[in-house]
Design a protein around this ligand. Sequence first.
Ligand SMILES: [Zn+2]
Length: 177
Amino acid sequence: MRIENEVTFEDVRDAFLRENDLEDQYNRWGMQAIEIAQEQFGHWRRVILSSEDILGVMLPHHSRCGPEIVPASCSTVAAAIERLKLTPEDDACRKKVEQVSRKDASLIFLSARPIDHPQYPEYQALIQRKYQGLTHLDGLHRLLGWGLSGRSDVVAYVAGLAAGEEADLTGRDQQLR
Ligand SMILES: [Zn+2]
């Protein structure tokens, strides 16, 4: 992970709204997660993720497309890809991931540790085990798609990342892969 510069919350929100329509309920879920991260951490940095960084991002519980691609205990992108590979080829989540993996790179939103909020129980298992590390806020299917295709140089806005902290936040939780 390469840290580029600090960005304001207004930059983060404007960037999200440029690429996402709030008519979609899942985009509203992402926007609210970003707002909670702003309340919890209060600062953001723009970073460049390598393909390895992407595989190590922690994902929240994900089963809304059908099969449980990320269990309630949460898992990294790498572990979720392994689960995705076990689904049938016409599985909705798998098809969505394959579709977005072919798209141009777009912005990913992360936090340096999980958000802790009653409206986001998907992250609670991480809070309980005091997980510290890059955690998804928005872009789950893209992270899976780009993890699968080995894409690097993906731009992300990260909440709560201190300068010099990047080495401590990638590739943790290896035992869960
Ligand atoms: Zn899905």
